[in-house]
Design a protein around this ligand. Structure first.
Ligand SMILES: Cc1cc2nc3c(=O)[nH]c(=O)nc-3n(C[C@H](O)[C@H](O)[C@H](O)COP(=O)(O)O)c2cc1C
Length: 149
């Protein structure tokens, strides 16, 4: 069974909190997982499966704590060769076209890196949901087998 590496991008702590709740849920299921908030390319390369949980800042931008990680991935372009991945994006639909842009950028990059998306990107709209973990934890639960098999 594959372990799950969770990369959390967060400005105010919402997405990080969600990532920690997901990590707890996976542990409770006996699945090895780890949350990275200041990751390096090696953490990504060594991951057996990749779960990105990120908010969006600015105008559709990746949060500052994952900016360098994101640009290093773009530069070094470590191909994933079918490694499973999933993306949960926290956003706010009042931002219009840049809604969930940070998550979308990761989804597109990991697709270019030839990862295998186990699901469509999951979006959580701050306008509708105050407790994002109440949506993201069950969603991850529903796709766990795709990530770990
Ligand atoms: C300055 C600022 C810019 C934001 N820009 C966007 C955006 O472009 N698109 C979007 O979907 N959400 C945007 N958001 C909303 C956040 O992504 C959303 O509130 C999220 O839940 C914050 O999670 P965090 O605490 O993990 O950063 C923005 C929020 C702030 C404060």
């Amino acid at each position: 069974m594959r372990s799950v590496s969770i990369f959390a991008g967060s400005v105010y702590g919402n997405a990080q909190h969600v990532a920690e709740e997901v990590n707890d849920m996976l542990s409770a299921q006996g699945i090895e997982s780890e949350v990275y908030t200041d990751p390096e390319t090696d953490d990504f390369v060594n991951a057996e499966s990749v779960l990105i949980i990120t908010s969006t800042t600015g105008q559709g931008d990746v949060p500052p704590n994952l900016e360098l990680f994101f640009s290093d991935l773009q530069d070094s372009f470590p191909l994933m060769d079918g490694k499973p991945f999933a993306v949960a994006a926290l956003g706010d639909s009042s931002y219009g076209d840049s809604y969930c842009g940070g998550g979308r950028q990761f989804f597109d990059l990991l697709t270019e890196l030839q990862g295998k998306p186990v699901a469509e990107m999951f979006e959580v709209d701050a306008i509708e949901t105050l407790a994002a973990e109440e949506e993201v934890v069950p969603w991850v639960k529903s796709i766990t087998s795709g990530l770990t098999e």
